[in-house]
Design a protein around this ligand. Structure first.
Ligand code: 3PG
Length: 373
């Protein structure tokens, strides 16, 4: 396992560089959902309470996006300032002015192209801001970027509390107790092939929902109309595996603009938008008997508002007595809006990183911490 910041006792005056994932949804210039920020705060508060001088860095997926709204939120919680710079003169000056128990938030680290290129010179510039590095950014730890893996080669490195919680919370899903059910939704089957193969080797049942169902339907030779298809060739070899469960019925949007429930008879102009309530009902007995349930990804086109399959599934799992591990942005949004957060054994803050962790048992950011001196 990695070293946690709880091992760091003598922090008064220490300069600590902390990688967080503050990549949160922004709406009308404000933070729309602070969940990830809230989960990152215990680490920052721990460091500040022990008198450290803390430099915070994060990305936004939008490379030109600003962390200003995140700063506006953060400053209501901790003693923090903001600099519209990353590793240049302004950032160095502001970091140099930090007093004990105060923090500085740098601008969106992806504004510098050297971040994603894992440029060594950039990692050196970042590392020069501190004496100790902390990674508490599990949701981006599947990216071998400069602030995730590069800096940990240069500074003594530690894991933040949320990163440790994610590893501990997700690890039981790597060896589930039988009977076990994994549910994979969302889109882009191509990016989930290794994960589904791993799940098929460990779980008793693997239920497939979301747009990846389209690939399975196409692989079976069914019509999918105008629905998104990304990797039917990858679905084909999985079809023979008896552990795979597909929804028995889907909801489609027809050219007249109305919704219809269909089994396999998707029209050539239809778009598959969700799984039907009967598909959830059919899954209910398996959920009821399962001891371990893992779920990531929406069952329908959640972003466009087709969320009833996802919400129904959330309610079903929330009512079960299984150990349940869930994650992914839309999944989280569903269970938050239904007020079901405390009904799951573990709710991950991550999307893609959760999938990679489950597929590989580790992430580049975690390995970098393990290899750090
Ligand atoms: C996420 O939201 O999944 C993480 O912040 C990673 O973001 P990214 O996909 O832009 O690297």
């Amino acid at each position: 396992m990695v070293r946690s910041i709880s091992e760091l006792k003598n922090l008064s005056g220490a300069r600590v560089l902390v990688r967080l994932d503050l990549n949160v949804p922004i709406q009308n210039g404000g933070v729309e959902d602070p969940y990830r920020i809230e989960r990152a705060l215990p680490t920052v508060k721990y460091l500040l309470d022990h008198g450290a001088r803390v430099v915070l860095m994060s990305h936004m997926s939008d490379k030109m996006g600003t962390l200003q709204p995140v700063y506006a939120y953060l400053k209501t919680k901790i003693h923090v300032s903001f600099v519209d710079d990353i590793s240049g003169t302004k950032a160095r000056e502001e970091a140099g002015k930090l007093g004990n128990g105060t923090a500085l938030l740098l601008q969106n680290i992806r504004r510098d192209a050297r971040e994603e290129a894992n440029d060594e010179g950039f990692a050196r510039e970042l590392a020069s801001l501190a004496d100790i590095y902390v990674n508490d950014a599990f949701p981006v730890s599947h990216r071998a970027h400069a602030s995730v893996v590069g800096v940990s080669k240069l500074l003594p490195s530690y894991a933040g509390f949320q990163l440790v919680a994610e590893v501990e919370g997700l690890s039981p899903a790597l060896s589930p107790e039988s009977p076990s059910l994994a549910i994979v939704g969302g889109a882009k089957l191509v990016t989930k092939v290794k994960l589904i193969d791993t799940l098929l080797s460990k779980y008793d049942y693997v239920f497939v929902g979301g747009a990846i169902v389209n690939d399975f339907y196409r692989a079976k030779g069914y019509e999918v109309g105008k629905s998104l298809v990304s990797g039917a060739d990858h679905a084909k070899p999985m079809l023979t595996n008896s552990k795979i469960i597909l929804p028995n019925e889907l909801i489609v949007l027809n050219p007249a603009g109305s919704h219809e429930t269909v089994a396999t008879e998707v029209g050539t102009e239809d778009v598959i938008i969700d799984i039907s309530p009967t598909a959830i009902q059919k899954l209910a007995p398996i959920v009821a008997k399962s001891k371990s349930i893992l779920w990531n990804g929406p069952m329908g086109n959640f972003e466009k508002g087709f969320r009833s399959g996802t919400d129904d599934l959330a309610k079903l799992i929330a009512g079960s007595s299984a150990k349940s591990v869930v994650g992914g942005g839309d999944t989280l949004s569903s269970i938050q809006s239904l007020n079901l957060m405390d009904k799951f054994s573990f709710v991950s803050t991550a999307g893609g990183a959760m999938l990679d962790f489950l597929a590989n048992g580790t992430l580049p950011g975690i390995e970098a911490l393990k290899n750090s001196k």
